[in-house]
Design a protein. Sequence first.
Length: 229
Amino acid sequence: MEYIRQLNPFYKMMSVTIIMFLIFGIISSIPTGNDVIIAYSQKGSQGSEVEAVQQTLKDRGLFKAEVTGYFGEKTEEAILRFQKQQGLAQTGVADQATLKRLGITIGSIPPATEANVNLLARIISAEGRGEPYIGQVAIGAVIMNRIEHPSFPDTLAGIIYENGAFTALVDGQFNEPIADSAYDAARDALSGWDPTGGCIYYYNPKKTSNQFMMSRPVQKVIGDHYFCT
């Protein structure tokens, strides 16, 4: 600060401008509620998914260390060996393809209780207004697929209320009255109907600029939504 005080007014103004520009750039890079943030296990991660990865690799003779649930260098090396062995992209990250090949899942489809139907119907209605019925079921199916996928929370409420996962919770649509069709769509999704064929993401290309979502491989287009893996 002593240095800035010694600058003439022009350079002082330029210094302040540059500082403000950098601060704005940092703030603007922070994800908003419209962004879906999904991070696969990688170096530095910890939790039940990492523990499952370590145990599975250990069972295959690829991980020689203790199963701790912490993703360190030895876990990364074991994943790299597994990926090379399986002909997968050698990223050292427990990505979707690697987890699938390892046969790892965490959650299971919840029962179609009244509470589960109502909760799932609410998010389907909020996210799928104006969509065809099969598109509403597809939204529910994506949520079911996430429950079974180790990179997401393993409960229905955990998926729906995950920070930044659904714009309907941010813009208030989640609290709007539930469309009658959403209840039937929720029951169909809970019973196992999956029009997406296993997708874990969806987005409306007319309403998002999220580069992560738009980079995902599109498997189905239903109504206005693209369904991706």
